[in-house]
Design a protein around this ligand. Structure first.
Ligand SMILES: Cc1ncc(COP(=O)(O)O)c(C=O)c1O
Length: 382
């Protein structure tokens, strides 16, 4: 049997990982500023995470949600403490798309409405409603197409206000990334998020904060939406939540009450996933990783901003993007080939940095040096 070929791949096989570094089959070491697509939050194979999972594996890995799983309650408590949303309620699932799917569905159960507002350049996942709310026609199959999703321009308060004024009573939810990831590191303005909050309050709609990529401390705050100083009704999370162990969840404000059987899952919240997620929160708190994300992120953005060749340096914490001009087109590829540094991208010309929140300043310095060298080399050959 062959694999279903859905991605173009880098010609690298990684066999070992530690902290912000990974190694290939030949023993070559790479600096990982991509984190397997923003997933590695506390660092690869963090010893506390490994120990927590190993110890849990010896006891019990899985039983379904038909029994009590105290680890889920422990996770909810710790997540409340670290995120500051202590009065919210946790529902666990397995992936970012699934988290958004559940959030959109729960919002519709809550207010009995159908319309969803999403924004230009959004990415919310690949399952039916999540992909319908994603602004990329190429990944929406005919069966996913629905009139229930309306796209409005990102960060455009006027357009949002005008839509609510006309159709406000039909709107079930507004779903928005605090910092768009796949869309190219576009930060939602604080006043845009405040306007979403105010309009959702006025018209009885649900504000869903997609924190799958920008959440879990990556921005320097637990949820990047928190920069606006207003709460969402539902936050969705995945990626960094398990540091590579598949676990996801939504947290739900207290005014949205649970009803038996409306939401459910077989694998969500299993013992092993909870152990991994608990280890992540313990390390984020114990090693003050959000503070580190602020500090190293600031250093990176300031250094990047001094390079005249790179345009529009943006982001928060360790979620950083910049535009690469056409003349430096091979920059990302060359960083990997010549300097063994993994970075992320967003089409057509954005380099995205999504490293572990434990990235050390010296690693950031190594990247900046490599970048300068590579830009000079590309100029020399131009
Ligand atoms: C903002 C956002 N939401 C949702 C998703 C979907 O997550 P998953 O791939 O875990 O389904 C992603 C994945 O990149 C994302 O960036």
């Amino acid at each position: 049997m062959n694999l279903f070929d859905v991605y173009p791949l880098n010609d690298v096989t990684i066999v070992k990982a530690k902290g912000s570094y990974v190694w290939d089959e030949q023993g070559n070491q790479y600096l990982d500023l991509y984190g397997g697509h923003a997933v590695i939050s506390i660092g690869h194979t963090h010893p506390h995470w490994v120990k927590r999972i190993e110890e849990q594996l010896e006891k019990i890995a899985f039983y379904s949600n038909s029994i009590k799983i105290p680890l889920q309650q422990e996770l909810a408590k710790k997540l409340g403490e670290v995120s500051g949303k202590e009065d919210y309620q946790l529902f666990l699932c397995n992936s970012g798309a699934e988290a958004n799917e559940n959030a959109l569905k729960l919002a519709s159960f809550y207010n009995g409405r159908k319309k969803i507002i999403a924004f230009s350049k959004s990415f919310h996942g690949r399952t039916s409603l999540a992909v319908a709310a994603t602004d990329n026609k190429n990944i929406v199959a005919p069966v996913n197409e629905t009139d229930n999703v309306v796209f409005l321009p990102f960060n455009d308060e006027e357009a949002l206000g005008a839509y609510f004024e006309q159709h406000g009573k039909e709107v079930s939810s507004v779903i928005v990334e605090g910092i768009q990831g796949v869309g190219g590191i576009n930060v939602a303005s604080e006043s845009f998020l405040k306007t979403i909050r105010a309009l959702c309050d006025k018209y009885g709609a649900v504000y869903i904060a997609d924190s799958v990529q920008c959440g879990y401390g990556r921005s320097g705050k637990f949820f990047s939406h928190d920069f606006a100083g207003v709460n969402a009704d539902i936050y969705t999370m995945a990626k960094g939540m398990g540091n590579g162990f598949p676990v996801a969840g939504i947290i739900i404000a207290p005014h949205i009450k649970p009803k038996h059987f409306q939401l459910g899952t077989t694998f969500g919240g299993n013992h092993l996933a909870c152990a991994a997620a608990l280890a992540v929160l313990e390390v984020i708190r114990g090693e003050k990783l959000m503070g580190n994300a602020v500090m190293v992120g600031k250093y990176l953005r300031e250094e990047l901003a001094t390079m005249p060749e790179l345009k529009n340096v943006r982001g928060r914490g360790l979620m950083i993007g910049f535009d690469v001009p056409e003349a430096l087109g091979p920059l990302k590829k060359n960083l990997l080939a010549n300097h063994k540094i993994f970075t992320g991208e967003a089409k057509p010309n954005v380099i995205r940095l999504l490293p572990s929140l434990a990235l050390k300043k010296k690693d950031a310095e190594e990247f900046i040096e490599a970048l300068k060298e590579e830009i000079a080399a590309l100029h020399a050959t131009a």
